[in-house]
Write a protein that binds this ligand. Structure first.
Ligand code: CP
Ligand code: NVA
Length: 327
């Protein structure tokens, strides 16, 4: 087993303590988790991935039902959570928010209380992070954020898992995020700071990383030996990077801004010229779905340094660790 952790979880006692500390918790943002808890989830995910591939992942959630509410489209999140629950011996239940009474005005309070009586956990992809916070406040079961306007924590866990698999130790390594200062950027930065990486973020003016969050990530990075910086210069961010990451320029719900964003972001494309500034063995990551020849050149995303499909697969393994720990 690859040892990633700073906390010694090789002893049963430490593992039991961690299990007790995670059971019943929500996962709205990685800000709510300690670096040790994130290490534990990643290590669990690695073990579960190995076991799943060997055909012996234990069904840890027999008889448990996860409700999955979607206000937006999804391929990876929906399928990986659904398959993950099945592999753990539980039952996933897909719900389009428009088909629920919440889609025609039933309150979040009533929905949270009613669903808590049927389900063992809720995974929700929603427009508003505030709404998900309210749902979690009133639900008596764990609520897992499957993407909001602010965060995408499950994506970040899969990203970290992929980086650790490919790079082994990440101590002192640099991750460059180039593009929109969005939900994916926010969670990636929090997660990378938790595992002690040096985070560099390059966005155009007007599309910056959330500044309040920047301060919080800086504090996490200071406690783990990592760092975070932001710039408007993509070359500065990518210089000597071990990992280069981007996401779409217009997120779901921003379709009307797409043309303006295409113009604002055009110098921020991840292409061969830009990645020539990164380390030779840099790895390229993208949460997907991607727009080839917009935020990333086809030669990069389909090139030898790209790990995007391993990253997408890792959604399954990272989330199984989350589900087994929280539910
Ligand atoms: N990366 C991600 O969350 O993909 P989906 O939108 O397909 O779920
Ligand atoms: N930032 C993107 C991520 C999609 C997985 C969005 O919110 O649409």
């Amino acid at each position: 087993m690859i040892i990633l952790v700073k906390v010694n979880i090789s002893t049963i006692k430490a593992a039991r303590k961690m299990e007790a500390q995670l059971k019943g918790r929500d996962m709205l943002s990685l800000l709510d988790y300690t670096s040790e808890e994130i290490d534990y989830l990643l290590e669990t995910a690695l073990v579960m991935k190995k076991d799943t591939k060997a055909g012996k992942c234990p069904p840890m959630l027999p008889g448990k039902t996860l409700g999955m509410i979607f206000e937006k489209h999804s391929t990876r999140t929906r399928i990986s959570f659904e398959v993950g629950m099945v592999q753990l011996g539980g039952h996933p239940m897909y719900m389009n928010a428009n088909d629920l009474q919440i889609g025609r005005g039933e309150s979040v309070y009533d929905t949270a209380n009613v669903l808590s009586g049927y389900l063992d956990g809720i995974m929700i992809r929603a427009n508003s992070h505030e709404m998900v916070k309210e749902l979690a406040k009133h639900a008596s079961i764990p609520v897992i954020n499957g993407l909001t306007d602010m965060f995408h924590p499950c994506q970040a866990l899969a990203d970290l898992l992929t980086i650790l698999e490919v790079k082994g130790s990440v101590e002192g390594q640099k991750i460059a995020y180039v593009g929109d200062g969005n939900n994916v950027a926010h969670s990636l930065a929090i997660g990378a700071a938790h595992i002690g990486m040096h985070v560099a973020i390059a966005t155009p003016q007007g599309y910056e990383f959330n500044q309040d969050l920047f301060g919080k990530v800086k504090k996490i990075a200071e406690s783990t030996g990592g760092s975070i910086m932001q710039t408007y210069d993509p070359v500065e961010a990518v210089k000597n990077a071990d990992v280069v990451y981007t996401d779409v320029w217009a997120s779901m719900g921003q379709e009307e801004e797409a043309a303006a964003r295409l113009e604002a972001f055009k110098k921020y494309q991840i292409n061969d010229t830009l990645v020539a500034n990164a380390k030779k063995d840099y790895m390229f990551l993208h949460c997907l779905p991607a727009h080839r020849e917009e935020e990333v050149a086809t030669s990069v995303i389909d090139g030898p340094n790209s790990y995007v499909f391993q990253q997408a697969e890792n959604r399954l393994h990272a989330q199984k660790a989350v589900l087994a720990a929280l539910l």
